[in-house]
Design a protein. Structure first.
Length: 162
């Protein structure tokens, strides 16, 4: 599910303003794409030719960098990033079921963002807190010893928040 009508549309003037504040040098590429992501939350496709024009490089080079770094996003992301662990420790303690339930609860598949931009669902190889398995993280908060009841409670609480 990709969001078709919300903040994919970006303020092009703001984009141009950011781009023109960087030197016309190839080495500006990484800091520039980072600045754009910081502003918009992702690298909008119309940014690619604008960046390339400013730095006098091919759009394919810009695209190459944007797709190379996993920390750079080409789609808008949710306000809440949910990461469910699929590492071995979590897997043997029911992580697969937790993932299934989170998917159902959010009506999202992995790497999808909800239409309202509330949630993005991702999985990770290990969250580094195996003793708490099965685990998940919402933004920076770790949720350990997950079970079906907790999945429901956590998302119910989140929905109740203003
Ligand atoms: S395997 Fe899930 S936290 Fe390490």
């Amino acid at each position: 599910m990709v969001n078709q009508n919300t903040p994919r549309e970006i303020d092009l003037n703001r984009l141009k303003e950011i781009v023109s504040s960087y030197e016309e040098q190839r080495w500006s590429l990484i800091p520039l794409v980072q600045a754009i992501q910081e502003e918009f939350g992702f690298i909008p496709p119309p940014a690619v030719p604008v960046i390339a024009g400013r730095l006098k490089i091919f759009p394919s080079e810009v695209q190459g960098v944007v797709s190379f770094y996993t920390q750079l996003y080409t789609e808008p992301r949710g306000k809440n990033i949910v990461r469910v662990c699929r590492g071995t420790a979590c897997h043997v303690r029911g992580g697969k079921t937790i993932l299934k339930l989170v998917k159902r609860q959010l009506e999202l598949e992995e790497n999808e963002t909800s239409e309202d931009l509330e949630y993005t669902l991702e999985t990770v190889a290990c969250l580094g807190v195996c003793a708490l398995s099965p685990t998940m993280v919402i933004n920076n908060r770790v949720y350990g010893h997950m079970n079906p009841k907790r999945v429901k409670e956590i998302f119910k609480q989140k929905e109740a928040q203003p």
